[in-house]
Design a protein around this ligand. Structure first.
Ligand SMILES: [Cu+2]
Length: 122
């Protein structure tokens, strides 16, 4: 009986710790590796739990990493970051989020804005 109680307590603590896991990226729009036909207005990041975006950068091809801001001060599971107008090319956006468990989790996605569509944009 005692060993069952210990096992139960161990299981319970494992489950509780699992619930405190850090904020994992579940979805990004545009998706990693996406090719889009027009400059996306936003990047939308969805996390496994509320996350506070502390930094966000965009880098075109081999260009300079450009910091984007200001960022939303509230932690959220879904974060929308407005982008500037993007010329055709390949971009890497990277970020850092702070989860509820105070762990900082960096992430990045790469996407391509296809050439030949920028002129049609209004
Ligand atoms: Cu964590």
């Amino acid at each position: 009986m005692t060993s069952m109680k210990i096992l139960g307590a161990l299981l319970l603590s494992w489950v509780t710790t699992g619930a405190m896991a850090h904020a994992h990226l579940q979805k990004a729009v545009p998706a990693d590796g996406a090719v889009v036909t027009a400059s996306p207005a936003n990047v939308v990041l969805s996390f496994s739990e509320p996350a506070h975006l502390t930094a966000f950068w965009i880098q075109k091809d081999d260009g300079v990493k450009q910091k984007i801001g200001p960022l939303a001060p509230e932690p959220a599971r879904q974060i929308t970051i407005p982008l500037p107008q993007l010329a055709p090319g390949t971009y890497v956006v990277s970020w850092r989020v702070l989860g509820d468990d105070s762990h900082i989790v960096p992430g990045q996605i790469r996407f391509t804005v296809a050439a030949g569509t920028a002129a049609e944009k209004h």
